[in-house]
Ligand binder design. Structure first.
Ligand code: ZN
Ligand code: ZN
Ligand code: FE
Length: 757
């Protein structure tokens, strides 16, 4: 990762002789020279290691002098360590950028310029070790000039596997969908012109195709939405630089830093008022996903077109995996795009853009993909090799090796056939790369998940992990926790041990096991899946649950909006218990509230009602909190949080004409307060002081912020996610850790039995 050439240059600069080699224990550097030279060498090594490296420890020893005259990089490339570790894709570095726009440079305006510190990695690799021959750059033979750089240890392109130039490397072409794909001379200029004219251009990126339009061109944005069949889910926009982002959004120093980080994720930023951006880009959302150019191609496109912001959304029909192959793109995106900006370097690993949001306590990765993958999550102990297959939605799998958990790129919802193929390919790739065929397989408890079916095909006895237990274990794992914690797992859907749909759970959890301390009360989910798409059903379900048919007399706007007839039909379904599974889902409680206050009756994407309910809060100073009631469960142990008092207070506000935004704030406040109250109650019961917050609901910034501060004020240690998504994209990590501990327990048992025997 550019470390050895860096050390070579550093040693030479300080007049030191010696060598550097990769060894199974890590990198070994031997230097000899003046005291002063060695001292400054070490200081600079610590202070400014190359951007892609990470020094986890430095062990210094004095050894007898050798007869070295110069500094050498020893051949050690094919050792164990270097074999399996591949770097993620990295945004174009400043030095390459300077050359890109330097008319005297031989790579002037070359769209694939890169060096040891930047460029594609993970997305171009076929198999390890990471060597040009094993990447999609194998198809391009380096010209003598590139060769020379590649072999010169003093050159910043020394062993840069994707090294290329106009002479020898990949080339861009522009194709018109309706013109039988005639090639164009200046591809970038043609693409920029097409975007300016309001057309949809499919742009081949690092980890897949994007569909792009000018973000200020309302008609173009609208037509992209329509063609992509994406009704309201927000689009992300790419802007040329930080000032351009600052004109659109509010930005803190850490948000700015996240935008500029080498991962170049999409950062969720607060939109400014009255910006001329097409409303259709992110309707009903106070936030905007913004990212900066991360390939030379992006930089060239902005430089040529002078754009302020381009919509850049994944090249797919909604919810299918992103297209990566040129032919595949022409076929699948032919009806979505007016033209194509493509190149002839193959994308071998599909990898979507990552998404982060910055909180006062740090960065939270909401989708962990390009730029982050394949960097492992470092665990605090070694675990046996495990394959965890994740859940059903936003799937990502996890493989463990030693104290590393390798979380795959975002795979997506395993509901369509393309995503399932992607899931299978990804599993094969990671097993091959890590050279592991794990005997332990972990999956979700849900018998109907595609991933669970896969786990069962791999082994007769996978470790089936309850969904919310996996969420909490995932949070524990990334925070290096052991022992027991109080876990608050709030999300939309997860299969419970009692066969009901859980999602508002308070657990006493360790990796090995969990106990359900409390949950939101069960209410019917009328019509099953249909209730998830139509939040108004959840509102009626809660109303019926709390007040019977009484509410029909209250002239609720919702009832008229939806029509009395449909409400009556739904009541019959609920009363007759027809297709009405029970749920304790917190996501569905958000749905009910969003529908009741008139924010959203039906949704077009997952969690839309909850997102818009949060976004409706305009005044954060309102501290009124709707009450919840905590009662002991009638069956079994544990507590149940009831929402009747909440709805009474909410309906009273609604009658008084209190604004939706204010009602939303009071609902959020009430939920935070009741969760904190729960935590205190269980601290008294269990004397546990550590609380883990996990589950998709914690993407909600207002709730997370509020709850976290209350817990901290009450003296709790509060843990949540930063590197791993709090949503279902993170559960495979938790599954793996639970499986590791279950395995430990089983093998201990076995050993005891043997001893006793
Ligand atoms: Zn570079
Ligand atoms: Zn070349
Ligand atoms: Fe979940």
């Amino acid at each position: 990762m550019g470390f050895r050439p860096f050390v070579y240059r550093l040693a030479s600069a300080h007049g030191l002789a010696g060598s550097i080699a990769n060894t199974p224990a890590g990198v070994t550097i031997e230097v000899q020279g003046s005291q002063e030279g060695i001292r400054s060498f070490l200081a600079e090594l610590r202070q400014e290691p190359p951007p892609l490296s990470r020094i986890t420890g430095l062990d210094i020893r004095e050894v007898p002098c050798q007869s070295d005259r110069d500094f050498r990089i020893l051949a050690s490339y094919q050792n164990e360590e270097a074999r399996s570790l591949v770097s993620p894709d990295v945004a174009t570095c400043d030095e390459c950028l300077r050359e890109l726009f330097d008319a005297r440079d031989r790579r002037y305006r070359y769209p694939f310029i890169n060096c040891t510190n930047c460029g594609p990695r993970f997305t171009i690799i076929r198999h390890v070790p990471y060597d040009r021959a094993n990447t999609s750059m194998a198809a391009f033979t380096m010209c003598p000039a590139c060769q020379a750089e590649y072999h010169d240890p003093l050159n910043r392109r020394f062993h840069a596997q994707p090294n290329a130039c106009w002479e020898c490397g990949p080339q861009l072409t522009f194709h018109q969908t309706n013109g039988g794909f005639p090639r164009d001379r200046d591809a970038i200029a043609s693409a920029a012109a097409a975007l300016k004219a309001g057309l949809v251009v499919a742009v081949k990126g690092l980890g897949g195709f994007h569909l792009s339009v000018d973000a200020f061109h309302s008609d173009a944005v609208a037509s992209l939405r329509q063609r992509k069949n994406r009704v309201e889910k927000p689009f992300a926009v790419m802007v040329p630089d930080v000032p351009a982002a600052a004109e659109l959004c509010e930005m803190t120093a850490s948000e700015r830093q996240a935008l500029l980080s080498m991962q170049r994720p999409i950062v969720l930023l607060r939109k400014k008022e009255n910006i001329p951006l097409a409303e259709q880009v992110a309707p009903a959302n106070r936030y905007l996903g913004v990212f900066l150019p991360y390939t030379p191609l992006h930089h060239l496109l902005f430089e040529t077109g002078g754009f302020w912001a381009l919509v850049l959304t994944s090249g797919n029909l909604s919810e299918e995996p992103i297209a990566i192959d040129n032919q595949e793109a022409f076929e699948r995106l032919g009806r979505l795009a007016d033209s194509f900006l493509v190149h002839d370097r193959e994308i071998l690993k599909r990898c979507d853009d990552s998404v982060v949001r910055i909180f006062d306590f740090g960065e939270k990765v909401l989708r962990r993909s390009r730029g982050y993958v394949p960097t492992p999550i470092f665990l605090h102990r070694e675990v046996p090799p495990i394959l965890a297959v994740g859940g059903e939605l936003k799937n990502a799998i996890c493989l463990t090796k030693d104290n590393h958990a390798f979380l795959s790129q975002h795979i997506g919802d395993l509901e369509n056939i393309e995503a399932r193929h992607f899931f299978e390919d990804t599993m094969q790739y990671w097993k091959r790369t890590l050279e592991t065929e794990p005997a332990i397989v972990a999956c979700d408890l849900h018998p109907g998940y595609f991933s669970t079916g896969w786990a069962l095909r791999l082994t007769n006895s996978p470790v089936a992990v309850q969904h919310h237990h996996a969420h909490i274990a995932s949070c524990m794992a990334e925070n290096h926790l052991d022992g027991n914690v109080i876990g608050l797992a709030l999300d939309g859907t997860g299969y419970g041990t009692d066969g009901h749909i859980w999602g508002g759970e308070i657990l006493l959890a360790s990796y090995e096991q969990f106990e359900r301390l409390a949950h939101l009360e069960y209410v019917p989910l009328p019509g099953g899946e249909a209730a998830i798409r139509q939040p108004w059903r959840m509102a009626i379900s809660y109303l019926q649950h709390c007040f019977g048919r009484e509410f029909l007399k209250w002239n609720l706007p919702l009832v008229d909006q939806v029509s009395r007839k449909r409400v009556e039909l739904l009541l019959q379904i609920i009363e007759g218990k027809v297709n009405c599974p029970l749920t304790s889902s917190c996501g569905r409680l958000f749905d009910a509230v969003a529908a009741l206050v008139g924010i959203r009756y039906e949704v077009n994407y997952e969690a839309q009602a909850a997102v818009e309910l949060e976004m409706a809060i305009s005044d954060c100073s309102d501290t009124t909190a709707y009450p919840f009631e905590l009662v002991t469960a009638t069956q079994g142990t544990g507590w149940v949080t009831c929402a009747k008092s909440l709805f009474e207070a909410l309906l009273a506000d609604l009658r008084r004409g209190v604004a939706a935004g204010q009602i939303s704030a009071r609902f959020h406040n009430g939920l935070a307060e009741t969760l904190a109250k729960n935590a205190r109650l269980f601290r008294d019961q269990t004397s546990l002081n550590r609380v883990c917050l996990s589950g998709g609901v914690f993407q909600n910034g207002y709730l997370l912020h509020r709850l976290r501060s209350q817990l901290l004020a009450a003296g709790f240690e509060v843990f949540t996610h930063s590197q791993v998504p709090c949503g279902d994209g993170g559960i495979s990590l938790g599954q793996a850790l639970v499986a590791a501990h279950v395995h430990d327990r089983e093998s201990n048992k076995l050993q005891r039995v043997r001893k006793d025997g």
